[in-house]
Design a protein around this ligand. Structure first.
Ligand SMILES: Nc1ncnc2c1ncn2[C@@H]1O[C@H](COP(=O)(O)OS(=O)(=O)O)[C@@H](OP(=O)(O)O)[C@H]1O
Length: 203
């Protein structure tokens, strides 16, 4: 990572860091003052989104329902399937807390990033010790996409929306499987809310 000069912040984005075992120790060795931001969303929706992304590249993969279970009739969930495992946020956070205090971590709500992007960005800017520059006027809700897009209020340019690979339509999942997954995540979510001091409202 390049070092920052006075008045600069160096930022890096890698989604897999949060769930990769070796990473907290490595980042701590590089800089123990690093601030960490993680965007989290309902783990059930996250798993379906993950599956949808994989299926867009490999259309022949088995159904979401069959990948979810180790043993479907026994209702035994396959926690080694990454789409399921990543959403066990409390487990991953426990590893980070062995190296970093909670004050150095910020969990951004993926749901609120869509419904109230300026509100979530205010939290991010406060956390980074920045002035609240990115406010309401930087966002334009695109009803066709169903997501906010970013605009530069000082320029009269078109808003910038995320690309076609974001906001894909998710497949319909068997409601019974959805229920089992929701129940599976409940204790992990509860623990995660307690650890972060923030109820993300997924249950
Ligand atoms: N503004 C805006 N525009 C489009 N999409 C948005 C936006 N804000 C959040 N999202 C949600 O981002 C989800 C895709 O993020 P990913 O985690 O796949 O991104 S990545 O893996 O880091 O590339 C994507 O997930 P899906 O719903 O599965 O498509 C969206 O729900």
């Amino acid at each position: 990572m390049p070092s920052s000069s006075k008045g600069q912040l160096t930022m890096e984005k890698t989604p897999s860091y949060f769930v990769t075992r070796e990473v907290p120790c490595r980042i701590y060795s590089m800089s123990k003052d690093t601030k960490l931001i993680v965007v989290v969303r309902n783990p059930v929706t996250r798993a379906i989104s993950d599956y949808t992304q994989t299926r867009s590249k490999k259309p022949d993969i088995p159904s979401f329902e069959s990948l979810t279970f180790k043993n479907m009739s026994a209702g035994l969930i396959d926690t080694t399937w990454s789409a399921v495992q990543i959403g066990m946020y409390a487990r991953h956070l426990e590893r980070w807390l062995q190296f970093f205090p909670m004050e150095q971590l910020l969990f951004v709500s993926g749901e609120r990033l869509i419904t109230d992007p300026a509100g979530e960005m205010a939290r991010v800017q406060d956390f980074l010790g920045l002035q609240r520059v990115v406010t309401e006027k930087y966002f334009h809700f695109n009803p066709a996409k169903g997501f906010p897009c970013l605009k530069r209020p000082e320029l009269n340019t078109k808003p910038h929306c995320l690309g076609k690979t974001k906001g894909r339509i998710h497949p319909n999942i068997d409601p019974e499987v959805m229920r089992t997954l929701r129940d599976f995540y409940k204790p992990f979510n509860k623990k995660f809310y307690k650890m972060t001091g923030h109820d993300f409202g997924w249950d």
